[in-house]
Each structure stands twice: as C-alpha cells, then as structure tokens.
Design a binder for this molecule. Structure first.
Ligand code: ATP
Length: 448
C-alpha cells in the first residue's frame, strides 16, 4: 500500500509518503530536496499499530510502535505518529496485518517480580519502563511481587497455565532459576509426575519464559540477547520468538532440590559464592574480593564422579578434585571466544584436578573473560554427559538422630548464582533437554 500522511512531530507536522511492501514500511518526507527517509523498518520489527481519532479534527492518527536497532544489539522502543483521513489509517493498519498474517504473538502474561534483585530496582523498572510497552502492544498481564526467597511458586497457585502465553521473571539469574523451577514443578503436578525420581521423564513446559534483567548477575539475558538491557529483553518478549533451552535437575538424598538453568558448579566456585552471600552487606565489591580469596584458599576434595555419556556408557573419575562445573547453557569455543549454546544435546562437565595455582587462576580468568581455550588445560577432564553423580565418600560425616548421614565440612554448589549447601555424601545431576522455551531468538538454536 502507498499513501500520503502527515508525520506528526513536536510543533506540527510534515507531509510524507508511506509505503508498505511485503517486508518493510518506509516513510519518506515530501518536499525535500534530497530523498529524506524518515523511517524504514522491517515489518517483523513492528511491535504494534494503534489507530484512533485525532483531537479537533476529522483526521485519524496511526501510531506505529517499532523496535529501533542500535549498535551493540541494543533495541529501543520507537514510535512513528502519522495522521491522515480515517480510511487511509485503517488501510495502513490492515496492510500491516496482511503482510504479517502469522502474528500469533503472546497476549497475556504472568509477571513475577523480585523486588530485592540487584539494586532493588526491578519493581520500578517493570512498572515504569516495561509495563507501558506491554500495554501499548495490547498485552495484558498479572503481576506478582515476591515477599521472600522461594516465593515465586505462590504466583502460580491460582493460575491456569492454559490462560497465559508467557511467564516473565523480573530479576537476576537466581530468580530466573526460581521461577523456572516453580513453573516446571507446576507442569509436572498437572501431569502427576514424580519429580523426585531423576528418571521420571519431565513434561516440557508449554508456556515460554521471559527474563527482564534486573539482578546483579544477568548472564542469561546476556547470553540470549548479547546485552543486559531490560527494554531490549522486553521487546524480544513482545516479538514473541523463542529459543529452546535445557535445565539440569539436581537431586540430593532422593529429593529434587532445584532445576538449574544456567550453571551448577560444585566445589571451588560454589564455595566462592557462599562467601559472597555471607558478605552481601559489601555490595558488588564482594564479587571481586571473595573469588580471589576462594582461589587462594582452594581445597581438594576426594570424590568419585560417575557420568553417563551420550553413547549410553557410564564412566568414572576417581580422585582429588577442586570442582565439578557444569554450564547448563553450554559454552562452546568458537571464533576465538566462548559462545553460549542453548538446548545442546548433552551437558558438558569440567572436573578440575590437582594443578598449580597459577594455571588454575589463568584458567578461571579465561572462563570469566569468555576467552578461547578456557577449557583446554590438562588438569581439566571435560566430558559431554547426560547425567552425573558426585559421591564424597571419604569426607567425615555425622549421623543424625533420624539415622541420616550429614557431611561435617561445609561444601557448596553455585546453582545459578545462589549458594546451595551440599550436606549429603552424594548428589545427582541430569539433563532435562529442551524443557523450556525462552523468549528471544538466539542464533545457537533455531528460533520458533
Ligand atoms: N522478595 C524477596 N526478598 C528477598 N529475597 C528474594 C525475594 N524474592 C526472591 N528472592 C531471592 O533472591 C535471590 C536472588 O535473586 P536474583 O537472582 O533476582 O538477584 P541477584 O541480584 O542477581 O542476586 P543476588 O541478590 O544473590 O546478588 C533468589 O534466590 C530469590 O530466591
């Protein structure tokens, strides 16, 4: 379609020609000496088109909300306001709907906010920046603000999952993990799956999850969108494309503890995270101080790690180790850097054994900087696995009145940025492949 409109801007309007083709919308100012393209936007980047009457006039207006693509993968919420006679405005809106007939974008969300994430700005960011965008795009939502840790599951209590097209977690990585766990558990309850059994065969979640990054750790958003920005993440949610991602189920003492969506690092990195949590009062400085203290005071643990390889064979690593690390979103060495891979067909574990301190620091610094070769060290055993069990059989234990055994030493797992105390002599981690769809179109998996 083509038509003559007035581009409405502060202080008046300018005449312009608007053309909608199969793939783009172009707005060119008239009466300019050189062709003056004001806006050229892919139809797939249009978030919404609103039409309505103009005040004190017979004309109508059209507001085109679209995603502005800036450098560094930043997306911005842009608006083009046009005015014309009502028939032309309706024609413009209809031509957009015709050109994109498959616009089955999500329309209703359950939003769960952690008001304590990061610098405690999650609630404000959602209500001031994200909610207006959702509303402009015709999205309705119900908001639940948590009141304490592990409260995300309350948000699902009275929710019929078939009525929501997205669950949005406003917070950091630990909160994503908490929301994802609550959602997966809700889905399993509906299908009467015994989640305490690592072999239970989980039912995939059919409601996509979106993350608005507001925490101190926002790796998931960084991996998905290449940038940590709440508006970019919100625009990706509105656009509705999704990426399948894995979770890893963590079982301790025959009980499901959590589903990890990002990392599950036992030993050194877990102990560092526990130190960071004990010193929350120090703010973000703690993430600089305690990793250093942790590596300087690293301790070997006698352990047996048995793992199930992709070919169905079980193998065993036996001996002292510093850590057993898992990136649930795998990090692959590509083009001289580590790049995230969502929904990989296996989990890659990295077991760090005896090594000089300098080499260990070098290796961990490479992981922190996502540098190539971060896992190419001969003290690392790297294996692609479907499941693994860690047994700590030679550590001192004490027997409780109930007859259960507990470790005397305090050992931790860093589970998606939260410290989980491992007080039993073994734990079990299993791949749950493609269980969740995340809003965002990451190139490592075919977006849906
Ligand atoms: N209302 C709440 N009050 C306190 N803690 C909460 C609340 N809601 C959720 N939590 C907990 O806060 C933890 C951290 O959340 P999140 O990942 O959003 O923040 P973060 O800033 O990245 O992490 P951290 O605060 O640990 O640095 C989660 O484990 C979650 O259980």
């Amino acid at each position: 379609m083509e038509g003559s409109f007035t581009k409405v801007c502060k202080g008046g309007g300018r005449q312009c020609d608007v053309t909608v083709t199969k793939s783009t919308l172009k707005c060119v100012l008239k009466n300019s000496i050189a062709p003056n393209i004001q806006v050229e936007v892919n139809l797939s980047d249009i978030l919404a088109i609103q039409t309505g009457p103009r005040e004190n006039s017979n004309a109508s207006s059209v507001i085109i909300h679209y995603a502005g693509r800036k450098k560094d993968k930043l997306l911005t919420w842009e608006k083009l306001v046009l005015a014309a006679e009502p028939g032309l405005c309706t024609e413009l809106k209809d031509s957009f709907s015709l050109a994109c007939p498959d616009r089955d974008r999500p329309r209703h969300f359950l939003v769960i906010v952690n008001p304590h994430s990061g610098t405690k700005t999650g609630s404000r960011i959602f209500h001031k920046k994200v909610a207006p965008l959702f509303k402009a795009c015709g999205i309705t939502f119900k908001v639940y603000e948590t009141t304490r840790p592990n409260d995300a599951r309350t948000a699902f209590q009275d929710v019929d999952l078939s009525t929501v097209q997205g669950v949005i977690a406003v917070g950091g990585d630990g909160f994503y993990s908490e929301v994802a766990t609550a959602l997966v558990l809700k889905q399993q309850q509906l299908h009467q799956v015994n989640t305490d059994d690592p072999n239970c065969g989980l039912v995939p979640v059919n409601v996509p999850v979106g993350v608005i990054p507001c925490g101190s750790g926002n790796y998931l958003a960084m991996y998905l969108h290449g940038i940590i920005d709440p508006i970019t993440a919100a625009i990706k949610i509105v656009l509705g494309k999704t990426t399948a991602t894995n979770v890893a189920s963590i079982h301790i003492g025959g009980k499901l503890v959590r589903y990890a969506g990002l990392i599950s690092c036992f030993g050194l990195i877990g102990n560092m995270m526990a130190m960071c949590e004990r010193h929350r009062w120090m703010g973000n400085v703690r993430y600089k101080v305690f990793p250093l203290k942790g590596i300087l005071t690293r301790k070997l643990v006698e352990a047996e790690v048995s793992y199930l390889k992709e070919n169905g064979e079980w193998q065993v690593y036996n001996g002292p180790l510093y850590s057993v690390d898992l990136n649930v979103v795998n990090l692959a060495d590509k083009n001289n850097k580590l790049v995230p891979v969502f929904g990989d067909s296996a989990l890659t574990i990295h077991i760090a054994s005896v090594c000089p301190l300098g080499e260990h620091i070098k290796q961990l610094s490479k992981v922190a900087d996502w540098t190539t070769g971060a896992y190419d060290f001969n003290f690392l055993t790297n294996e692609r696995v479907l499941r693994y069990k860690v047994s700590l059989t030679s550590l001192p234990t004490l027997r409780l009145e109930t007859g259960e055994e507990r470790l005397v030493d305090k050992l931790y797992m860093n589970l998606d940025g939260e410290a989980l105390l491992i007080d039993r002599t073994s734990f079990d981690v299993s791949l749950q492949a493609g269980l969740i769809e995340l809003f965002g179109d990451h190139p490592s998996s075919s977006a849906h």
